[in-house]
Design a protein around this ligand. Structure first.
Ligand code: ADP
Length: 642
């Protein structure tokens, strides 16, 4: 981790001015002094009012201070002539009292007006609002994560890494060669600015890195700073957005001021989408968030305002480029867009190599094989994988990390932690075994689906009671129609096996059904594969780099919505029938393999392949998958679901 330095004084976030709290304490003290202190000290003894009257009448009382609710009086001692003070409380307004006092020659007076009264009056006006103010300031403080945020306005929170200390070089970034090549140019701009400015060329100001989370966008930005040996400022787009309107804009101003002082340097803005969302359209904030709009405007102004040749280059990262305001991509702003994609097989191997540099590997570890088995993994997943494997090896007290550790680590990432503590009863275990073998047999016969590597009835992860791992043999970038149908059929293979064998179904298939339906819906609404509806997109394709998020539907008429639903149901139903037909054909194999699985709990390697190689595809399978339909008479009567 780069060392965070605070040597540039102005980057230290100033302490919040908690004036509310301070004043409150001061006034509380004053209040105490005013009201409580005078009443401290020895209190004169209290006597009944009747005793006081009789003392007056016997001529013992010399002086009295008569207040509305208390009377303080002095009695002269007969022996030594000293005066002793007493207190009494009048029973009611005694109108005769002055007369009695006068008759007995007592010196009396009303109490002097309270000299501190005005302080009390002022305090009674000032303190309540102050209490509210104090509570408000405290709440603000809390709502903004305490510390510097409360009433600190506008200072940039960018972290600064002093020259060269990002320590990251291009050799630390692997598998994203195109992005590296593009950014190599930026390094050259920073190192040899003169070469370009001499001819009157303008150095680009902004580079936008676009890619899925964990693909190494931050890492590559750090590498640019490291390669060029320039300071690296980093701030996240969401940190600009504060509760108060105008704070974000002030932060942007401050950030650019600091950056210009440190030029040449790299300013890295992560999650640019948090502040640069389009000001119109579906994801925009029409008439809404003033703070975001002001911050964005300030960013645009700053980017236009500084001379590109000062040597400040802004690198921003986002995984939602589609929501960015088009103004951000105008020439002179983030006009260069670099895609940092998920790595392919060769890229994954290179990334594994980078992270395995610091790990002791045994001879049998083949990073190429691991790369093959991890399609779809981003750089961060692979870094995590190597670490998991190393942790597993350490737990086993091994001298080096072996291939088995990597295999277990992959399974952990794909399926979650093993949970042997979750004990299934016999019926459940049997259901799970048939369910998994159902997936495996259907999966083994499907085109482009990859090899079934392992079946297990050991519970794993959050909800899986068993699992089947199917690994593609190569990276695939497209899925053909029949492969999608095959995939849906495979997903429904588990449930179909339950139906076929037990005549009743369990709740275990819910996740499969969810995935199958999602995929079927996408074939209709996104890939335009429905004959009925044709190549029309019913979804807005937006989340290019965020998998697993559903896209919003386009506006469709109720009739079309109904047709979509029917098509989706048709696809799922047909795939279900295909799975049932395959399993019916291979019923003996299904029973045999499930029995083996129940005995050993895990089936993999040669033993598994020998079993699955016996699976026989129905003659018409390819035809079914191509058309997505099964003739009515070939549809297997479902044994349940009446
Ligand atoms: P992003 O900013 O795209 O979300 P990061 O740059 O924060 O991703 O990546 C997180 C970590 O994953 C990095 O610190 C690094 O260890 C690892 N990593 C990601 N991509 C790569 C890559 N291409 N090469 C090497 N390591 C990578």
């Amino acid at each position: 981790m780069p060392v965070e330095t605070n040597n540039k004084g102005s980057f230290k976030a100033p302490r919040p001015r908690q004036f509310g709290g301070g004043l409150l304490i001061l006034f509380t003290i004053l209040l105490l002094l005013n009201f409580i202190v005078p009443s401290l000290g020895p209190r004169p003894p209290q006597v009944p009012y009747s005793d006081f009257i009789s003392q007056v009448q016997t001529g013992k009382v010399t002086k009295a201070i008569v207040g509305n609710d208390r009377i303080q009086y002095a009695v002269k001692s007969e022996t030594d002539g000293t005066e002793q003070v007493f207190l009494t409380t009048p029973v009611a307004i005694d109108l005769d009292l002055p007369k009695i006092l006068r008759e007995n020659k007592v010196e009396f007076a009303a109490p002097a007006p309270n000299g501190n009264g005005w302080i009390g009056t002022i305090l009674s006006w000032v303190v309540p609002p102050l209490i509210f103010l104090g509570i408000w300031a405290w709440l603000m403080n809390r709502s903004q994560g305490g510390g510097a945020a409360a009433l600190t306005v506008g200072k940039s929170k960018a972290r600064i890494y002093s020259e060269g200390t990002t320590g990251v070089k291009f050799t630390d970034v692997a598998g994203v060669d195109e992005a590296k090549a593009e950014l190599q140019e930026v390094v050259d701009f920073l190192k040899n600015a003169g070469k370009y400015t001499r001819l009157g060329a303008k150095i680009p100001k902004g580079v936008l890195l676009v890619g899925a989370p964990g693909t190494g966008k931050t890492l590559i930005a750090k590498a640019v700073a490291g390669e060029a040996s320039v300071p690296f400022f980093s701030i996240s787009g969401s940190e600009f957005i504060e509760l108060f309107v105008g704070v974000g804009a002030a932060r942007v101003r401050d950030l650019f001021e600091q950056a210009k002082k440190q030029a040449p340097c790299i300013v890295f803005i992560d999650e640019l989408d948090a502040l640069g969302k389009s000001r119109g359209g579906a994801n925009g904030f029409v008439g809404g968030n003033d703070e975001r709009e002001q911050t964005l405007n300030q960013l645009l102004t700053e980017m236009d305002g500084f001379d590109g040749n000062t040597g400040v280059i802004i690198i921003a990262a986002t995984n939602r480029p589609e929501v960015l305001d088009p103004a951000l991509r105008r020439p002179g702003r983030f006009d260069r867009q670099v895609v940092v994609d998920r790595p392919d097989k060769i890229g994954r191997e290179a990334i594994l190599n980078v992270h395995a540099r610091t790990v002791k590997l045994s001879e049998d570890v083949d990073l190429g094989t691991i790369a093959t088995r991890t399609p779809g993994f981003a750089g961060a997943d692979l870094a995590n994988l190597v670490n998991e494997a190393a942790l597993l090896a350490a737990r086993q007290n091994r001298d080096a990390v072996v291939m088995a550790d990597f295999n277990e680590a992959i399974e952990r990432v794909v399926a979650g932690l093993e949970k042997r503590s979750r004990v299934l009863n016999e019926v459940e275990k049997k259901t799970v075994a048939y369910h998994e073998v159902g997936h495996a047999i259907v999966g083994a016969l499907m085109p482009g689906a990859g090899k079934v590597q392992k079946i297990s009835v050991v519970p794993r992860g959050v909800g899986a009671l068993g699992y089947t791992i199917q690994m593609p043999e190569e990276d695939r970038f497209l899925m053909i129609e029949d492969e999608i149908r095959g995939r849906i059929a495979t997903l429904l293979g588990g449930r179909s096996a339950e139906e076929l064998i037990f005549g009743k179904v369990s709740t275990g298939a819910s996740d499969d059904i969810q995935k199958a339906t999602d995929l079927a819906e996408r074939t209709v609404t996104l890939y335009g594969m429905s004959d009925q509806l044709g190549p029309v997109a019913f979804e807005k394709s937006q989340q290019q780099f965020l998998e697993g998020y559903s896209n919003p539907r386009r506006q469709v008429s109720p009739r079309v919505a109904e047709e979509i639903d029917l098509e989706v149901k048709g696809i799922v139903d047909n795939a279900h029938h295909i799975a049932l037909a395959i399993l019916d054909r291979n019923r003996d194999l299904l029973e045999d393999t499930a029995r083996m699985l129940l005995q050993t709990e895990i089936l993999e390697g040669e033993k598994l392949h020998a079993q699955l190689n016996q699976a026989q595809a129905p003659d018409e399978l390819n035809e079914w998958l191509r058309s997505g339909k099964l003739p009515e008479e070939q549809k297997l009567m479902q044994t349940v679901l009446v």
